[in-house]
Design a protein around this ligand. Structure first.
Ligand code: UFG
Length: 337
């Protein structure tokens, strides 16, 4: 299989998956979208991409889709992503993230798919003793979400060691922003992510923003994260696919910019972009939160030649705000073919 083969995108109607489906579309690649629509929306994925509503852990379905559409690679985004929910309901994360990934690997082996790009997370590191965080930092997740993703990384690595099967696992830092052409963005009705919540507040859709912990050991007392624009993240997936198609072997790479921003800095940026103050209040620390997560981002630049074009917090925030305005004004932009 080569560049003419299709790519099966699980979770391709969700936030990150739909951006990658559009990036494949824009690059002239065929994407096949599989999504159970538990969090995604059909209209967020490109209209010309075959869409199947179903479970990424359904081995028979995945193997059939892969054969019917001539898929040479899988990009796996389907899963659960909310750290605090994982603390309350770990079993959900072990099923939706770990078990589903295991079954998806079986389906790939059955269908002869040899290339896999996995949506992993900085949460596999837990709270390392020092930042920035290189890929060789000890893996000590501090919440079930991180553990569910780390177990998946290990299963993929074991499959890669045993079979003709190569995997790039991308460990995302904090993904935010939206497609520059307004075709997709974050739609979850019950947002938990800081930038989305702050943008909703800036547009009057919620009363204000709570800061979960102001007594951390950081310059302003609030947690620090490395925010990455979703368009740059999508580009990294295409670069990972190219790497595998060019005969490159399995890799694990951080996907972040290597720049940290505190919760307060993010809120100030949203206030700037919106041109109005936010009603901000203090709240207790959120269970499962790490203090500071900032990538050492050298390897992905070296190995994949990744050159992010939006690595600036103001750009990310204005893109997220623009999408929220769009959502407020109407439905998400109709997906264009
Ligand atoms: N925060 C607030 N108030 C809010 C929402 C968030 O203070 O209303 C704070 C959080 O406590 C945290 C920071 O903002 O300190 C970022 O929180 P998010 O919920 O936006 O993102 P997380 O850092 O919890 O998690 C995200 C992804 C994970 C990924 C992780 C890696 O959801 O998938 O980044 O950095 F693992």
């Amino acid at each position: 299989m080569n560049e003419t083969s299709a790519v099966l995108v699980t979770g391709g109607a969700g936030y990150i998956g739909s951006h990658v489906a559009w990036a494949l579309h824009d690059a002239g690649r065929r994407a096949v979208v599989l999504d159970d629509l538990s969090a995604g929306r059909r209209e967020l994925a490109p209209a010309d991409a075959p869409f199947v509503e179903g479970d990424a852990g359904d081995i028979g379905l995945v193997a059939r889709l892969a054969r019917d559409h001539g898929c040479g690679a899988v990009m796996h985004f389907a899963g659960s992503i909310v750290v605090s929910e994982s603390v309350a309901k770990p079993e959900l994360y072990f099923r939706n993230n770990t078990a589903v990934t295991g079954r998806l690997v079986e389906a790939c082996l059955e269908a002869g798919i040899e290339r896999f790009v996995y949506s992993s997370t900085a949460a596999v590191y837990g709270q390392p003793e020092s930042v920035p965080i290189g890929e060789d930092t000890p893996l000590r997740p501090i919440n079930p979400y991180g553990r569910s993703k780390l177990m998946s990384e290990w299963m993929l690595a074991d499959a890669a060691a045993a079979h003709r099967f190569e995997c790039v696992s991308l460990r995302y830092f904090n993904v935010a922003g939206a497609d520059g052409r307004g075709r997709t963005g974050q739609v979850s009705p019950a947002a938990t992510h800081l930038i989305k919540i702050a943008c909703e507040a800036a547009l009057g859709r919620r009363d204000g923003v709570e800061i979960y912990g102001e007594d951390y050991d950081t310059p302003d007392g609030t947690c620090i994260r490395d925010y990455v624009h979703v368009t740059d993240l999508a580009d990294a997936h295409l670069a990972a696919l190219k790497h595998l198609e060019g005969g490159g072997g399995s890799l694990t790479l951080n996907c972040g910019y290597g720049k940290g921003a505190s919760v307060r800095q993010v809120l100030a940026e949203v206030e700037d972009a919106a041109g109005r103050p936010l009603a901000v209040s203090g709240a207790p620390r959120r269970p499962g939160d790490a203090v500071s997560l900032v990538a050492d981002a050298a390897r992905i630049r070296d190995v994949l030649g990744w050159r992010p074009g939006n690595d600036d917090l103001a750009t990310i925030v204005s893109s997220a705000l623009e999408w929220e305005r769009r959502l407020q004004g109407a439905q998400p932009a109709a997906a264009e073919a």
